[in-house]
Design a protein around this ligand. Structure first.
Ligand SMILES: Cc1cc2nc3c(=O)[nH]c(=O)nc-3n(C[C@H](O)[C@H](O)[C@H](O)COP(=O)(O)O)c2cc1C
Length: 141
């Protein structure tokens, strides 16, 4: 059993040791890439990163200590980002926030780059703004 869980343990230990977390996430088919979903399937573990008590009022409780978490998102079509005309099709961000919150990571900030597939002025503006946000984040660390 220990061998089966060793990768999960290693990934959780990485999170526990870190002062803050940074995820780089492209949107794939309106959600997260399969590889990243597999990562979350390793770190969201009963009695390790959340508790499950069917008799409690709060059936699920997070177990990880909260820490600053930055998610840098890249999407082909920036209209899918919050406030955009296709934002209702953005399943990536609510899914990520729900999974992180579920295990206790509740201070999530997004840095977003839109319009990667359009390669136009909107992408240039999005890059410049994301770079500034990353620089601010690095300066505050
Ligand atoms: C398999 C796949 C699915 C994608 N699905 C979407 C999508 O649903 N919406 C979108 O805006 N962009 C989509 N894109 C574009 C990517 O989000 C965008 O190009 C991103 O910058 C790719 O990052 P990567 O080069 O790290 O994979 C998709 C790209 C790939 C390869």
């Amino acid at each position: 059993m220990q061998a089966v869980l060793s990768e999960s343990e290693q990934l959780l230990a990485e999170i526990e040791k870190a002062d803050s977390l940074v995820f780089g996430v492209p949107m794939y088919n309106f959600g997260l890439p399969a590889q990243l979903k597999a990562y979350f399937d390793q770190i969201i573990r009963v009695n390790r990163s959340f508790t499950f008590d069917p008799d409690s009022e709060e059936v699920y409780q997070p177990m990880l200590a909260n820490k600053p978490t930055t998610v840098i998102i890249s999407v082909g079509d920036g209209d899918l980002l919050p406030g955009g005309p296709k934002a209702d099709l953005n399943f990536l961000e609510p899914h990520l926030v729900t999974m992180l919150d579920f295990i206790g990571l509740r201070s999530v900030e997004f840095i977003r780059v839109g319009y990667e597939e359009f390669q136009d002025e909107r992408l240039r503006v999005a890059f410049a703004s994301a770079e500034q946000a990353v620089a601010r984040l690095a300066a505050s660390a």
